[in-house]
Design a protein around this ligand. Structure first.
Ligand SMILES: Cc1cc2nc3c(=O)[nH]c(=O)nc-3n(C[C@H](O)[C@H](O)[C@H](O)COP(=O)(O)OP(=O)(O)OC[C@H]3O[C@@H](n4cnc5c(N)ncnc54)[C@H](O)[C@@H]3O)c2cc1C
Length: 443
């Protein structure tokens, strides 16, 4: 029997490890996705970039035509909202486990944000849900790919990786909620299709529990007082039309029904958003790294390129860089698949260690692989003619999540008392074994 087409883009060994976790539907959908990536998405990527106008105003008003065409094709093929689990969303979801979707996310990672958008699996939309009434108004058009959304947490003058620091105020006035705050780096806020912002702020700043002070409120993007100040740039990329915007919310008023989940439940929402979504980012990063390695191999075996009388691949350091990249990609994939399996078995709460490790290991690994590919391409690798530079910018952003090193390290340190106890027991046993053998132990 022919191997599953995913093997060509991942590895036979990792597929053998997880194939039995896939249902027939999962396998078939994955095969369709691999073909859709190769036949439709990758050939359209340059066109998608070319269709974003250079004009500084027009580029923010554009809905990229080829992505819209890809969306229609993907939906017809059943490659739509694959991230949304039927277990949690019986009405709209698809019957895929985390492991199944994780492999699909790796495939999507090869096609950057265009691939994810084509199958309606783009962050931040994938995490922006709400109550049944809110879902009717916002979730359905999001799932139909008709509108987009933004999640506004990070603030310009606040260290936002600790969300307890957030200062935006969320206050009740009569039967309205009033929002005042200064955010930045809000992905998607530049997109003309973005119709809602989920804004995190402080609704109960005096609560003794720092994790119950925050709430999340739905703010229509066109509400009076929502002021988009400017798009931020990562190494010069503005990622138009989605963008990552600086926004001031000035006396924005929304009805009480726009509160998500309930007052003081903001942390619960960000935890829920970040659960499985965390490994989706990781698997997409592995896909990006794999694509970068493919590009690197193509470049160093290009018969028209020789330096110092050798083809690039004949230089030992280049071969070593390829080997190192392959080894790192394979290890990272196993790491993330084990996190996905753990989420399937224990839900996100029972997989915090595995998710945390993946979160800081994978983006750093992928940055390293892309950096080596850039090196192999020389100056062209840093230019707009190759996708490597923008790939690096995207992956470097994910490294801001290195904050997980702290959590994983602290979790490990908690094992210290048990390790000391066991070491003392071992010493005692060693002493007894040595004594019986008549050897004087130097303890
Ligand atoms: C392209 C891009 C898109 C983004 N999209 C969004 C979005 O859609 N919505 C949104 O709300 N935000 C978004 N962000 C912002 C991002 O989430 C924050 O930048 C990130 O959370 C870090 O917060 P900060 O910039 O305030 O840095 P700070 O909180 O000041 O932290 C500075 C550095 O310290 C590190 N750090 C903090 N604590 C620890 C620790 N305990 N151990 C080790 N290191 C630590 C952090 O990782 C960070 O690297 C985006 C950022 C970028 C670049």
């Amino acid at each position: 029997m022919a191997p599953h087409p995913v093997v060509e883009l991942t590895s036979e060994a990792s597929w053998n490890l997880i194939e039995d976790k896939f249902t027939p539907y999962g396998k078939e959908t994955l095969a369709k996705l691999v073909h859709f990536l190769q036949d439709e998405i990758l050939p359209s990527m340059k066109l998608a970039h070319a269709q974003v106008p250079k004009d500084s105003v027009q580029r923010w008003k554009t809905v990229v035509p080829v992505i819209e065409e890809l969306k229609v094709k993907a939906r017809k093929l059943g490659l739509w909202n694959l991230f949304l689990s039927k277990t949690h969303y019986p009405e709209h979801g698809v019957p895929l486990t985390n492991v199944e979707y994780a492999v699909m996310a790796e495939i999507l990672g090869r096609g950057g944000h265009i691939a994810s958008e084509a199958v309606n699996c783009s962050a931040p939309d994938t995490g922006n849900m709400g109550s049944p009434e809110q879902q009717k108004k916002w979730l359905v058009p999001l799932l139909n790919g008709e509108i987009r959304s933004a999640f506004a947490m990070t603030e310009r003058f606040v260290s936002s990786s600790d969300a307890r620091n957030i200062k935006t105020s969320i206050k009740r006035e009569g039967d309205e909620i009033v929002i005042n705050g200064h955010k930045w780096w809000i992905s998607g806020a530049g997109d003309p299709r973005t119709k809602l912002h989920l804004v995190m702020g402080k609704s109960d700043p005096d609560n003794a529990n720092g994790y119950l002070q925050q709430s999340v409120v739905i703010v229509p993007a066109d509400a009076p007082g929502v002021k988009i100040i400017r798009p931020m740039e990562v190494f010069g990329y503005d990622d138009a039309p989605e963008g990552h915007c600086e926004i001031i919310y000035e006396n924005v008023r929304v009805p009480m029904s726009n509160m998500v989940l309930g007052w003081g439940r903001g942390f619960e929402i960000i935890q829920g958003r970040l659960g499985p979504g965390r490994i989706h980012h990781c698997m997409r990063s592995i896909g990006a790294a794999s694509r970068a390695l493919d590009l690197m191999i193509q470049r160093v075996t290009d018969p028209t390129r020789k330096t110092f009388d050798k083809f690039l691949y004949q230089h030992g350091t280049v071969v070593a860089e390829i080997a190192r990249s392959r080894a790192e990609i394979e290890s990272a994939r196993l790491l993330v698949l084990s996190a996905a399996l753990q989420i399937d078995k224990q839900r996100a709460k029972g997989a915090l260690k595995e998710i945390g490790i993946a979160k800081f290991v994978v983006p750093a690994m992928a940055c390293g692989v892309v950096d080596r590919a850039i090196q192999a391409y020389g100056a062209e690798g840093l230019s707009q003619d190759q996708e490597l530079a923008s790939m690096f910018a995207g992956l470097r952003t994910l490294r801001l999540a290195d904050v997980h090193i702290q959590q994983v390290g602290q979790r490990e340190l908690k094992r210290a008392p048990g390790l000391h106890k066991r070491a003392a027991e071992l010493k005692e046993k060693e002493f007894s074994v040595l004594s019986k053998a008549g050897i004087k132990a130097h303890l």
